[in-house]
Design a protein around this ligand. Structure first.
Ligand code: CUA
Length: 164
């Protein structure tokens, strides 16, 4: 192989790797874009601030943790995440229900993660976290606390039952 042919061969080789790198960059950008447009991406918003010491008192939104019907197959749930339970411990809604969750803690930091969904809230005392989810699939969904909150952390489990 003479010199010129060798140089051309090297150039081709370099070009093909350069192209490969460019293709990978485009592929990554597409993945990132896809993620940002909503898949597996959910930033819970802090709806409002609240005094954690009075959150259980009469008159507070969370005095009586509950789920209530607020529209056509739309529900609003007021959830207390506390050491070491969720109140209400069980939430029942029909299939296809859209549930707006307001979650807060009267004591320490907890998690509010609904297994099998992208609902995952860090529950901070003093803040009301707000997330919503539409339950299209009937079944039992486990609610778990995924922030270490003390000795009973692993027992902090709730349930959402979506009825057919
Ligand atoms: Cu509550 Cu961990």
């Amino acid at each position: 192989m003479n010199n010129e042919k060798l140089i051309h061969a090297i150039e081709r080789y370099e070009r093909s790797w350069l192209l490969f790198a460019l293709v990978m960059i485009v592929v990554f950008l597409i993945f990132i874009g896809y993620t940002l447009t909503g898949f597996a991406f959910y930033v819970p918003s802090a709806a409002e601030r609240i005094d954690p010491t009075t959150v259980r008192n009469e008159g507070s939104l969370f005095a009586n943790p509950r789920v209530e019907k607020t529209g056509d197959n739309v529900y609003t749930a007021y959830v207390l995440a506390q050491a070491f339970t969720f109140l209400p411990g069980e939430i029942r809604v029909p299939k296809g229900a859209k549930v707006v969750f307001y979650v807060t803690s009267p004591d320490v930091q907890h998690g509010f993660h609904i297994r099998g969904t992208n609902v995952n809230v860090q529950v901070i005392p003093g803040e009301v976290g707000k997330v919503e989810h539409t339950f299209d699939e009937p079944g039992e969904y486990l609610v778990i606390c995924n922030e270490y909150c003390g000795l009973g952390h692993q027992d902090m489990i709730g349930k959402i039952i979506v009825e057919d």
